[in-house]
Design a protein around this ligand. Sequence first.
Ligand code: SAH
Length: 218
Amino acid sequence: MNLHRGIGMTSQRTRDRMVQQLQQLGIKDQRVLEVMSKIPRHLFVAEALASRAYENTALPIGQGQTISQPYMVARMTELLIEDDLPENVLEVGTGSGYQSAVLASLIPRVFSVERIRPLQDKAKTVLDEIGFRNISFKHSDGGWGWKACGPYQGILAAAAPAEIPAKLLQQLLPMAKLVIPIGEEGQQVLQRITRTDSAYEVETIEAVSFVPFLKGRA
Ligand code: SAH
């Protein structure tokens, strides 16, 4: 692992403190906590923000986008893997690549789609440097999913559409879960959709605040 910036505010002690805070906020899945205690989150933000990387907050990553708050990364991952660890997962919104790293530490094959090329390029470089070899990337509008590599045992989206994209539902295997924020800015909720044999079961988890799910590539 490339830990050349792993001193002071970016040390193991700082990561442990973040994990303690996640536990206090109700994250229970030990697999998620363990993985987040190891991943060097500071490498996924600009060097000037590295000292704030372990605060429980979203931070700017350029192009008007943000790295998701650690609590949200943990909660979404926990919801995705609660019953069974999926074999393959589609992530919509690579962004900084931090959520991809969390997923790829737990799940054998991760497929990540991002509409903003420079963000995805940067994420790829960091993930490659840290040593992840089980993530595939596509520069595309995640509203289409990634059919060629699916269907998936899980899908996670980090941007909020007004309605659940039909293509994502179609690319779920039976019993698979989609974890996604839904709704307009200021009134979003996190939902978990489980595909059953004959229907989609929707659970509403909690109020959230994500960047919008936009159409097309940039
Ligand atoms: N999990 C990422 C979240 C980044 S923010 C992280 O923690 O860094 C959400 C990302 O979703 C942004 O990078 C944004 O460009 C991307 N996004 C928004 N709409 C999208 C779409 N339709 N397809 C693919 N990516 C999208």
